[in-house]
Design a protein around this ligand. Structure first.
Ligand code: LRH
Ligand code: MN
Length: 429
């Protein structure tokens, strides 16, 4: 019997918090009104937002140096949906899941779809996997050791295309309408492969995939500078990704994983460029200090994340544009659900802060070449404590004022660990 977190349970657990919350909210409402901001419009915009949970991040992540499972991990895709339903009950902002095949390989897609619908969870972009050899994706005699769509062997490329088409077919059965393709393809040694021929093979493969898309579907290409390839990666940066998207076709856009940029890259400018040419397809939100660390969203560079979300609000003319928002994180030390709760809360807070930027005054300061004033306008928003607004948006969505504390009060992890076992291990990273 799956463990559920209900709105009634949340209201009961948080009953004693409502009065203080209302006082904080009223006080903030007055301060914002003084700045000409209508708190209710910010609250409804935060209410409207949802970010997909990654199915591959409901278990404990690890590195080549070790993995420390916390127990009670979801053993099936259904149990991952149970955990995402618990997450969504607390945040009101994780109404979709992004599956990764073959880490998720349902025997009965129709049954899985029905299970998800009962939980109120829908399927966002599907992810293919041609970066690991797996009987179900490679079959015998084929390996992705030296790449997939970039491989010099046409049989390997053919196999990789077949896998991607199979993921699309599964997505159609589940009600998804997008495929994300991240390729590990690259080299570890100078001279190992020809950059141009590798790139052209991938470009042609993605065009073939694009042309095979069902009606209403889109293709997302995800760039990454290195890992697992450590000398060159075919789709290494936003420029390569844009070239691949333009070559593949109109329904191909670029997915920006925040951890897939070299140190000090100006990610907010990358977002602005891709949005400007209509090729910004979506995000994998996370944070990182050094490499693709997949840490909790906004936990290392909260101001950079604010500047990225502000670019989105600018592109959306005062609202979050309709691109695909997904979290892609790996939890080596934290409870996976708690990490996703914190990440989602951070995204909600950052959206509220970005909505507080006085866009007209900023435009004036920019046109007047007044960098100090421009920065003051950004800081006014970034330094605003918007937590009462975000808590209220969750409360109006029937979710929690304090999702992390309330998650712990429900005893959810203890109950699922009792049901699933200490040694229950999830598929994924
Ligand atoms: C690659 C990546 C990609 C996924 C994988 C789980 O680093 O970001 O989005 O396929 O992580
Ligand atoms: Mn990613």
């Amino acid at each position: 019997m799956a463990v559920r977190i209900t709105p009634d349970q949340i209201r009961e657990l948080e009953g004693s918090e409502v009065a203080a919350h209302q006082r904080d909210l009223d006080a903030l409402g007055v301060r914002l009104a003084d700045r000409g901001v209508d708190a209710d419009s910010v609250i409804s915009e935060v209410q409207r937002f949802s970010v997909a949970a990654p199915s591959w991040a409901l278990g404990t992540g690890g590195t080549r140096f070790g993995r420390f499972p916390g127990g009670g991990e979801p053993r099936t895709t259904e149990e991952k949906l149970d955990d995402i339903a618990a997450l969504h009950a607390l945040t009101g902002a994780n109404a979709t899941v992004s599956l990764h095949v073959p880490w998720d390989d349902p025997d009965d897609p129709a049954a899985l779809r029905g299970y998800a619908e009962e939980l109120g969870i829908a399927f966002d972009a599907m992810n293919s996997n041609t970066f690991q050899d797996n009987p179900s994706t490679t079959g015998s005699g084929v390996s992705y050791k030296f790449g997939s769509l970039a491989h010099s062997d046409p049989d390997v490329r053919k196999r990789a295309l077949e896998h991607n088409r199979a993921v699309i077919d599964l997505g159609v059965e589940l009600g998804s309408n997008a495929l994300t393709v991240w390729l590990a393809d690259g080299t570890n040694h100078p001279g190992q492969a020809d950059f141009r021929r590798q790139f052209e093979r991938v470009a042609d493969g993605l065009r073939e995939l694009h042309d095979a898309l069902p009606p209403g579907w889109e293709l997302l290409v995800e760039h990454k500078p290195y890992e697992p390839a450590f000398y060159s990666t075919v789709n290494a940066d936003w420029g390569s990704s844009l070239l691949l998207a333009q070559h593949a076709g109109e329904r191909t856009r670029c997915l920006v994983d925040l951890g897939h940029h070299l140190p000090n890259a100006n990610i907010e400018q990358v977002v602005s460029r891709l949005a400007m040419v209509g090729r910004l397809g979506g995000f994998h939100f996370n944070d990182s200090k050094y490499g693709d660390d997949d840490l909790t969203v906004g936990s290392i560079h909260p101001y950079q994340f604010f500047l990225i979300v502000r670019e989105l609000v600018e592109h959306g003319e005062g609202a979050m544009p309709s691109v695909r928002y997904m979290i892609d994180a790996s939890h080596n030390l934290k409870d996976p659900v708690e990490d996703l709760v914190q990440g989602t809360d951070q995204i909600q807070c950052t959206i509220a802060q970005a909505l507080l930027v006085d866009r007209a005054a900023l435009r004036e300061a920019q046109d007047a070449n007044d960098p100090a004033l421009a920065e003051e306008l950004l800081h006014d928003a970034f330094r605003s404590d918007v937590r009462p607004i975000v808590a209220e948006a969750r409360r109006r969505n029937g979710a929690a004022l304090s999702p992390l504390t309330t998650f712990r009060r429900t005893g959810y992890r203890t109950m699922v660990t009792a049901a699933r076992g200490d040694d229950a291990v999830s598929t994924g990273l």
